[in-house]
Design a binder for this molecule. Sequence first.
Ligand SMILES: [Zn+2]
Length: 309
Amino acid sequence: MMDTKLIGLLFLLLFGTACSKDPVVQQGDKDKNDFYGWTAGKVIKDAEGWTEVVIGDYPLVLSVPHGGGIKPEHIPDRTCTGSTTVLDTWTIEMARAIQQEFKQKLNKTPFVVISHLSRKKIDQNRTLDKALCTDKTLEPTWYFYHNYLDSLLRYSSEKYGKTLFIDLHAHGHTKQRLELGYNLSTTQLDYLSKGWDLSKIGAASSYANLLQMNPAVDIQGALIGDHAFGTLMQEKGFPSVPSRQDPVPAAGDAYFTGGDNTQLAASDKYPKVYGFQIESNSGSRNTEERRAEFAKRLVESVEVMVVKF
Ligand SMILES: [Zn+2]
């Protein structure tokens, strides 16, 4: 998750290394999973119960990196410079509602990975160097989450081909709308809405792999056209940016562009994966009824996208 104000700086920092360095799994390949015994609905947890993985049978991988509340006392809080420690409230409950809706409506199970630990202890939407501060006790927990995320993406890609990835978050911004992060800045979204630089923007976006897989899809249509996730959600009562109705955050609007998990999942490391980050507003998640409605509309929208894209 990153604010637009940080984007310029982060681009500068990342530019020199992004092409040459795998941003996440730098070691720990020995712990990678071989899919043995994987069946839909199987739940896998680490020994402490801090990370939960669900094997699915639908080409959607859902990641919930910092909605947890467990704070082991022996782990120091993350207090180093640049550490965000705010809890993404209700995002685990949103994932539960989505799982339930998939089961009820389609008798299907999405792939899921959830961190139940507090973000004060670890941030699972960060590369390892930023996920922890000086205390490295939770390094194996970081690998558990990210090695499984890697496995879920590879497994779904092998089994189902085109795979949608969603990283689920919560924002506290004033404007009540879903902020969909496609790894594009406000300026890039502005260009997109005007039809400028479309091939460059498509290649920079978290839909780059989708555009490669299906040349019939164009980036403008996929992000702000009739079948875009934001457009579909907005039509169903969940205002969203970008969407056909609200293609670009206004100047000065707070807007999250995407995060480390979205960047990695949609990178060329997983050529069959495309996706986005959802930053949900409080009105879409703060009651059980709203979460159930959100889940219903999300599943409907994903079903459209799976067919159209
Ligand atoms: Zn978040």
